[in-house]
Design a protein around this ligand. Structure first.
Ligand code: SIN
Length: 335
């Protein structure tokens, strides 16, 4: 599947015009996540786009608030064979297998991304993935050399080889230990990305918070699921199963964000709400459920980078209609 970039012409102009109108209205979409300022709450979710000079330039023009890199591991990972991402009608199913060039290359890519995006006030969240608690700590130390604004700890990929690797986020104690190892080695705030595929996401969230997580990203994709091609009678993914994302999982994501924000109120842990967010309405829903930032993934596949400017314009419009001047005035209102 090819990703549509800048599908909406005049995106840059629209973003600037909108920003000017918002300044006149004294309306601000700015948020602070773990002490890091974002010009707006919309963040690219991990694993959606590769990092290249061309993509940095387009992201910078897209009006995005922040970006999350693809999860990197200590050593390069080839990942699963193609097809790895398939649209099934109500979202995507993916089993990429955490393919990445390894932390050494990723450190250079994050440095390049910083040169492009930080002057524009677009923070970078470096996502990391390891198969042992010790390696998570080592990775946090290495990736800190690139000076990302935050580190996202991916303990929730549903596409692991069950014989060799396990999803840490299904075990509260292990999730806490991973968080502790990363916190000991990271030189910036730490976000832990949780899975919806657990009995009680709040138990896991509380454990990572008690072990030092500064923020939680909820949720990773649902599943694994399976889609069959009825002509060949075979699964559409080479890995057979994969994580389910897109609009169909949004109500589950909203419920997870809501439950975590309600349960952890007073602990000073912020949330990035991710899962099926497609437009401004969906982003506002996440903020009402308590999210500080909103992650966008599958929608970029479907609609290109124009989706970011459309979302921020839609949020600003909602704020005007309701007389809000900042996101603080309605964040968590549903709680
Ligand atoms: C993958 O690379 O297979 C998906 C990554 C994730 O869901 O964390």
């Amino acid at each position: 599947m090819s990703i549509q970039l800048d599908s909406h012409t005049g995106v840059a102009g629209a973003v600037h015009a909108q920003a000017e109108r918002d300044t006149q209205d004294a309306l601000s979409l700015e948020v602070t996540l773990c002490g890091v300022r974002f010009r707006n709450p919309i963040v690219l979710a991990s694993g959606i786009l590769g990092l290249s000079e061309e993509i940095f330039a387009r992201l910078a023009r897209s009006g995005i608030g922040g970006i999350t890199t693809k999860s990197c591991s200590l050593q390069p990972r080839v990942g699963w064979h193609n097809p790895t991402i398939v649209s099934w009608g109500h979202g995507l199913i993916n089993a990429v297998g955490l393919s990445n060039p390894g932390v050494e290359v990723m450190v250079e890519e994050i440095r390049a991304a910083r040169r492009h995006l930080q002057p524009l006030g677009v923070p970078i969240i470096a996502s990391i993935f390891a198969t042992t608690i010790y390696d998570f700590g080592t990775l946090a130390r290495y990736v800190s050399e690139a000076e990302p604004d935050l580190i996202e700890v991916n303990i929730s990929c549903p596409n692991l080889d069950a014989q060799h690797e396990e999803m840490f986020s299904s075990n509260a104690y292990v999730s806490g230990q991973v968080t502790r190892a990363v916190k000991r080695n990271a030189r910036c705030p730490v976000v832990v990305k949780l899975s919806p595929n657990v009995d009680n996401i709040v138990t896991i969230a509380r454990e990572v918070a008690n072990n030092g997580a500064d923020a939680i990203c909820a949720i990773n994709s649902l599943g694994p699921g399976m889609v069959l091609d009825i002509e060949s009678a075979k699964p559409v993914l080479a890995n057979r199963t994969g994580g389910v994302s897109g609009p169909a999982i949004r109500p589950i994501a909203v419920r997870c964000v809501y439950d975590i924000c309600r349960a952890l109120r007073g602990m000073g842990v912020q949330v990035i709400g991710t899962g099926g967010v497609t437009d401004a309405r969906d982003a506002i829903e996440m903020i009402l459920a308590g999210a500080t930032c909103v992650g966008v993934g599958s929608a970029v596949h479907a609609r290109g980078l124009g989706v970011f400017a459309e979302m921020t314009a839609g949020i600003a419009d909602y704020m005007r209609r309701h007389g809000y001047r900042s996101l603080d005035e309605f964040r968590g209102r549903a709680l």
